[in-house]
Design a protein around this ligand. Structure first.
Ligand code: IMP
Length: 206
């Protein structure tokens, strides 16, 4: 079996290889599978977007090589940050929030500003990651992982990316940008969704 992960992101591929490495399958990025597509994410939830991406990429690979597609599983993910005080924003618009060209330093500053009146539990937020698998024969598998936290009062940390510097984890007393990569992967939304997908795929006859 081949598992093609629909991302162009090298960091994601590294994590995917580490978590799915024990499966009886070759793990490829889209590029390695000879396919690079930009799929329109027009669903209304993380799960819908992940499903759209997985199915579209599977259909394109099938069009290219039907025999090979019969031995291929396509995985796709969609993730983002939900801030309760902002009614769940930025949510599925996390990458586009406040403009694609706006730096995360700026986006993070604005989110903190918008929460200037929020105290204690009102600052609750979570990272969410949905993973969808498209299997031969039209079957699908879906998982969802979450990491709960709070919006910090100031940005802190240099690790991670995106909204990590404002995502405060009370039990660690630091933001997810202050965790090492391994520490974050062990508790992250993406780590959880990937490990849940690994368990589902383990039950498949690969
Ligand atoms: P995508 O799933 O790669 O499209 O990511 C969506 C967006 O969600 C990213 O561009 C970030 O803004 C945000 N995001 C998702 N996961 C994380 C994370 O682990 N840390 C920080 N930001 C994240």
């Amino acid at each position: 079996m081949r598992i093609v992960f629909a991302t162009g992101n090298k960091d994601k591929m590294r994590e995917v290889r580490r978590i799915l490495g024990g499966l009886n399958a070759e793990i490829l990025s889209m590029k390695e599978a000879g396919a690079e597509f930009d799929v329109d994410e027009n669903g209304s939830s993380f799960s819908e977007n992940a499903r759209i991406k997985a199915d579209v990429v599977y259909a394109l690979l099938e069009e290219k090589d039907p025999d090979l597609a019969g031995k291929t599983i396509v995985l796709a993910d969609d993730s983002g940050l939900e801030v309760d005080y902002l009614g769940g924003e930025p949510g599925i618009y996390s990458a586009r929030y406040l403009g694609r060209d706006t730096s995360y330093e700026e986006k993070n500053r604005i989110i903190i500003e918008r929460l200037s009146d929020a105290k204690g539990k009102e600052r609750s937020a979570r990272f969410v990651c949905a993973i969808a698998a498209a299997l031969p024969g039209g079957r699908g598998l879906d998982t969802l992982g979450k990491m709960e936290g709070q919006i910090a009062f100031e940005q802190a940390g240099e690790n991670g990316f995106g909204y990590d510097p404002i995502f405060f984890l009370p039990e660690y007393g630091k933001t997810s940008a202050e965790l090492t990569e391994d520490e974050k992967n062990a508790i992250s939304h993406r780590g959880k969704a990937l490990r849940a997908m690994e368990e589902l795929l383990r039950k498949e006859d690969l």
